[in-house]
Design a protein around this ligand. Structure first.
Ligand code: ADP
Ligand code: ASP
Ligand code: MG
Length: 439
């Protein structure tokens, strides 16, 4: 059994949905198909939710009506028979009635999550209407029946496995399942989600849970490129990545993958393929345990980073100093991305300012605390990159004009990370493209 996940642009137009139906019926292997919301929908739902949160009901209503008009148009070209059109329109009516009711209820975080879930709920239901119209046997498997997160917002892989296998057993004769990406239930049983871009994570969790032959992530580009195509003009796809390499790239900003989506596939050893819905014959990227070649493969950048430096002469020859500092971050559930130390100072980076004030307050007794906001981590990834002659030289030669705040090298075999002011991100990625990748 395999998993095929289609992202927002892959289902964002009726003709794309038609193409998805072709791709999923191209072979006879049983499959679970994970769909995102139509492109633009989740952003629109975030906008609606924000307006409601700010008690701007007029603007929320306007945004709901605009989105509804988009869906009414969409279904018009998606399906053709009167019966299918009626079914599709009834689905749109049901979900927009829900949004209009929500307008009248006072805002809460739980309500926000309900709003955000509407996109995936609609895309999957509408896709099923299209499949039905075309006589393609399938079953809609509601993600809210098996996908769940715990009190720390981590997926409950054990329970997902049990629930999914029960559902699959109940429907043993079904060869094609459709389910929603992104949405799940939380520990309180409420509707929740796996954070933006979370459909990739759903796909990988499902693939791990059913021990799939492969987890295919279908998107709008022919695989993981060596650099961010939104920022750098000339980029090329990477054919093969190890799980470790792909995980670093995803975590450090390669938007093609959700930051956490590699670990389930890696843990359960399910290969991941990144493929292009618009160009299905392209090779794409295969992600598996072993990477073939050594050397730099790709670079990614993540901004919104905060650097914290704690300077204290008490650190000299002292043991236990780092533990005390790390305990502060642990207390506030804030993960550290990069770390560098000298005898008298330690610098760390975090990607969230949610608890920054409290963290600074608690670090204060340990020494002088300095904060640099608006930083970016640029991460160069490749198998045994740290041992590859010249890579380090090429990196620093190419970015000699960029003020580097921190360097992390040797932490793993496949990563060199540098911290720079975010305003230099574009320039840095372009310079590395030339200097390291000769592009
Ligand atoms: P989907 O809606 O299918 O999940 P996303 O927009 O989340 O698609 O991810 C695909 C996009 O990721 C690409 O269109 C591209 O602009 C962006 N991207 C960023 N970095 C990379 C990279 N290194 N390789 C490929 N795509 C990347
Ligand atoms: N629809 C969600 C989002 O836009 C999840 C996804 O597309 O992966 O973030
Ligand atoms: Mg995505």
């Amino acid at each position: 059994m395999k998993v095929m996940k289609f992202g927002g642009t892959s289902v964002g137009k009726p003709e794309r949905m038609h193409q998805v139906a072709q791709l999923i019926t191209a072979d006879n292997e049983p499959k679970i198909v994970v769909l995102s919301a139509l492109s633009g929908t989740t952003n629109a739902l975030v906008g609606i939710s924000d307006s409601i949160a700010h008690s701007d009901r007029e603007s929320a209503k306007r945004k709901i009506d605009e989105l509804e008009a988009h869906y009414r148009n969409f279904v018009q070209t998606l399906v053709h028979s009167d019966a299918s059109l009626a079914n599709a329109n009834a689905i749109v009516t049901e979900h927009f009635e829900f949004l209009n009711i929500i307008l009248k209820i006072s805002f809460s975080e739980a309500l926000n999550k309900d709003i955000l879930a509407q996109g995936e709920l609609m895309s999957t239901k509408l896709f099923c209407v299209y499949l039905e119209e075309n006589g393609i046997d399938h079953l809609l498997l509601p993600a809210l029946e098996f996908m769940s997160i715990d009190a720390n917002e981590e997926p409950q892989i054990g329970s997902i496995k049990v629930k999914l296998s029960q559902l699959l057993q109940q429907h043993a004769s079904v060869k094609l399942f459709i389910t929603q990406g992104y949405i799940c239930r939380n520990i309180r049983g409420e509707v929740d989600n796996l954070k933006r871009g979370g459909s990739d994570y759903t796909a990988s969790l499902v693939a791990a849970a059913i021990n799939a032959s492969v987890c295919e992530i279908w998107t709008d580009i022919d695989g993981m490129h060596n650099n961010d195509p939104r920022i750098v003009e000339k980029t090329i796809p990477v054919e093969l990545l190890s799980f470790d390499e792909a995980a670093e790239l995803a975590y450090f900003g390669a938007k093609i993958l959700h930051p956490a989506c590699i670990w389930p596939a890696q843990h359960y050893n399910v290969p991941v393929k990144l493929l292009n819905t618009m160009q299905p014959e392209a090779k794409g990227t295969t992600i598996q345990e072993d990477a073939d070649s050594v050397g730099a493969k790709a670079v990614a950048a993540k901004d919104g980073i905060i650097a914290i430096k704690i300077k204290s002469s008490r650190m000299l020859l002292a043991y236990g100093f780092l533990r005390k500092i790390f305990e502060v971050f642990e207390k506030y559930k804030t993960s550290i991305d990069m770390i560098t130390t000298s005898e008298v100072a330690v610098s760390v980076t975090i990607d969230s300012d949610t608890h920054l004030d409290a963290i600074i307050r608690e670090l204060d007794p340990f020494g002088n605390v300095e904060i640099d906001t608006d930083q970016a981590i640029v991460s160069l990834v490749g198998n045994e990159i740290a041992q590859t002659p010249d890579v380090l030289k090429k990196v620093f030669d190419s970015i000699s004009s960029v003020p580097v705040r921190m360097v992390s090298y040797g932490g793993s075999k496949h990563n060199i990370s540098i911290l720079i002011p975010a305003s230099y991100k574009k320039q840095t990625l372009q310079l590395i493209n030339k200097g390291v990748f000769n592009l």
